[in-house]
Ligand binder design. Structure first.
Ligand SMILES: Nc1ncnc2c1ncn2[C@@H]1O[C@H](COP(=O)(O)OP(=O)(O)OP(=O)(O)O)[C@@H](O)[C@H]1O
Length: 606
């Protein structure tokens, strides 16, 4: 056990991410911490050294202390204390016993549309509370949703989603840590404006929620690519493809969250409400009124008028006054330093319009960080995947990691991904001729999810937790990225009536030009007649991030072997010179000679 500050002891590591390592810990027996009794188990996130030694991060850490500590909600992992001790920065949080959503999805496959909608509604509740307090999460992804296990009304285990890592991306996004062209976030979940270095408002979290919702119900995020740059370009240029079996109302919500323009995305409050309406209206038991309400869910997805008003300026960080325009959040908790940094990160038009490219040395390390496997879970895959699947998965894992990396603006000019219409993965390719998918059926093989009533008058804690089935580590083989599948018929079905055939219009085959695509294109889209290029800004060398930046595969092993050989050689010389080994050796030789003579004698006697 290691002490952290004067009040906590840390035990084993629970896992490591890009921003730090999380340990299981406990409050010291002699410590008095408000709200935490002595001996209480906690989770302690020790920020990585590079962050902890940056004066700007330390300043932010202290300045945002009160914001982080006051964020309380049943769906937010509560931060209990912040520890600053020498070069150590740590957050003390409530310990959540349960897997994170990333691991859950890997072990159990996608959720049903109803379960996915209800789970994300709770995440949206958490976002609504933090957004009201001026705090943007900025790194929404399944790995940052922990699933606490709670007992359901019938005594069964239920999962309760809890959002964690609030403020961490913001802490890491310090002028001292991230510089021009740098980026904090997780490529698969990053909003277009974040990828471009534009101001990040609450709408980036709604975008992240849309990506997560898509992934929860299909098993893969909508934008993929081989490497972070390809993924960022997809966020900027591609439209998401509707999975064939997704209910229309749920797709409406996802599509609105994934709008390229932040001003067109719903607020987190509207998102939470809409998701509950969708969940209530897409079950096979849903009443006609609930079905009707779900089909009209688009009307509930109201946008933030303040964001819409700020957008014309906010999308152009070079224009005068853009620093003010970034302050679309309530002033409480807003950090003007962050806005200044974003604007300062776009010194020229080239910078603003370029897609950032990772420098391998800066990001290579992070690709190796994998969420740990739950205790007792078998590490081996039941079936060896095809090498191609392995590559796809590796690319996906890379994009699941939070990245704080250097991006080379010159990479923009190298075509990473041609901005062409999204090409669906095999499961989503529209068959020829197009056949309408079977009507959506409620989830099978999972506990029936009772549709929740609408939000109470401000009482979040009144809502019973509804979530996917209890986590079972590696019960099923991990699912390769694929669409929502109808569960096998053999599994027990929820006792629900057949759906009304007209309830959900079948999804249209991928349309060549949906209405949205005719809207004004974001600034990043390729221009048909490119303006004369300015001279590229001189490339800045990235600040050395680690004392050990060079990694040569096998070098450690080689050095070890050479060292062993050297030690053996020295030992041999010493033995030869300082022991009776030469005498023994002479004896051995003479025995050998005698034996040879004796054998020759025997042969000669015949
Ligand atoms: N409060 C907590 N209680 C229990 N486990 C936690 C808690 N917070 C994090 N963990 C676990 O610790 C591990 C590391 O968490 P961390 O947030 O550093 O990783 P991450 O989100 O995957 O990484 P990053 O966001 O930095 O890329 C995860 O497996 C997570 O499930």
């Amino acid at each position: 056990m290691r002490p952290v500050g004067s009040k906590y002891l840390i035990e084993e590591s629970l896992g490591r991410g890009a921003t730090g390592t999380v340990f299981r810990g406990r409050v010291r027996d002699d410590a008095a911490v408000p709200g935490l009794e002595p001996g209480r188990a906690v989770a302690v996130k020790v920020l990585r050294e590079e962050l902890a030694t940056d004066p700007d991060v330390v300043m932010r850490f202290l300045r945002e202390r009160s914001v982080l500590l006051r964020l309380t909600h049943p769906n937010i992992v509560r931060v209990r204390d912040l520890v600053v001790e020498g070069e150590l920065l740590a957050l003390v949080m409530d310990l959540v016993e349960g897997p994170d959503l990333f691991r859950y999805l890997r072990s159990n496959g996608p959720l049903s549309p109803i379960a996915g909608a209800l789970l994300m509604a709770q995440v949206a509740d958490a976002l609504a509370v933090s957004h009201a307090d001026g705090v943007v999460h900025r790194d929404l992804k399944p790995a940052n949703v922990l699933l606490a296990t709670t007992a359901g009304p019938d005594g069964s285990e239920q999962m309760h989603p809890m959002l964690t890592d609030f403020g961490i991306a913001r802490l890491a996004d310090s002028p001292g840590i991230t510089r021009t062209h740098e980026f904090v976030g997780t490529p698969a979940y990053v909003a277009p404006e974040s990828a471009e270095g534009r101001p990040q408002t609450a709408a980036v979290d709604v975008y992240g929620a849309g990506i997560m919702l898509y992934e929860l119900v299909t098993g893969r995020p909508p934008f993929q690519g081989d490497g972070p740059i390809a993924v960022l370009q997809a966020h900027l240029a591609q439209e998401p493809e509707r999975p064939r079996s997704l209910p229309e109302p749920l797709w409406t919500v996802i599509e609105r969250c994934l709008r390229k323009s932040p001003a067109e995305r719903p607020t987190s409050v509207a998102l939470a409400e809409a998701l509950r309406v969708v969940a209530a209206g897409i079950g096979v038991h849903s009443s006609p009124a609930a079905v009707e309400a779900a089909l009209a869910v688009g009307d509930l997805l109201v946008t933030d008028p303040a964001l819409a008003a700020a957008t014309p300026t906010a999308v152009n960080p070079l224009s005068a006054g853009s620093a003010d325009a970034t302050q679309v959040l309530p002033s409480r908790g807003f950090d003007p330093g962050a806005a200044t940094q974003v604007v300062a990160a776009a010194p020229g038009a080239e910078d603003r319009t370029q897609v950032m490219a990772p420098q391998p040395a800066a990001s290579g390390d992070r690709t190796r960080v994998m969420p740990p496997v739950p205790p007792g879970a078998p590490a081996a895959e039941p079936e060896a995947p095809h090498p191609w699947q392995t590559q796809l998965r590796a690319a996906r894992d890379r994009n699941q990691q939070t990245q704080i990396g250097y991006f080379d603006p010159e990479e923009l000019d190298r075509p990473q991904v041609a901005p062409q219409p999204y090409q669906a993965q095999p499961p989503y390719q529209a068959p020829q001729p197009y056949q309408a998918p079977p009507p959506y059926q409620a989830p099978q093989g999972r506990p029936p999810q009772p549709p929740q009533s609408g939000r109470g008058s401000g009482g979040y804690s009144q809502r019973p937790p509804v979530a996917p089935q209890p986590y079972q580590a590696r019960q099923n083989p991990p699912q390769p990225p694929q669409g929502y599948r109808q569960p096998p018929q053999a599994q027990p079905q929820a006792a629900q009536a057949a759906p009304t055939p007209q309830a959900y219009p079948p999804p249209q085959p991928p349309a060549p030009a949906p209405q949205r695509r005719q809207e004004p294109a974001p600034q990043r889209r390729p221009e048909p007649a490119p303006a004369p290029r300015r001279e590229p800004a001189p490339r800045r060398e990235p600040r050395p991030r680690s004392r050990n930046r060079m990694y040569i595969p096998g070098l450690g092993c080689l050095k070890g072997c050479l060292m062993v050989l050297l030690i053996l050689a020295i030992a041999a010389v010493a033995l030869w010179n300082f022991t009776d080994l030469p005498v023994y050796w002479e004896n051995v030789k003479s025995w050998f000679a005698s034996a040879s003579d004796w054998i020759s004698g025997l042969n000669g006697g015949r």
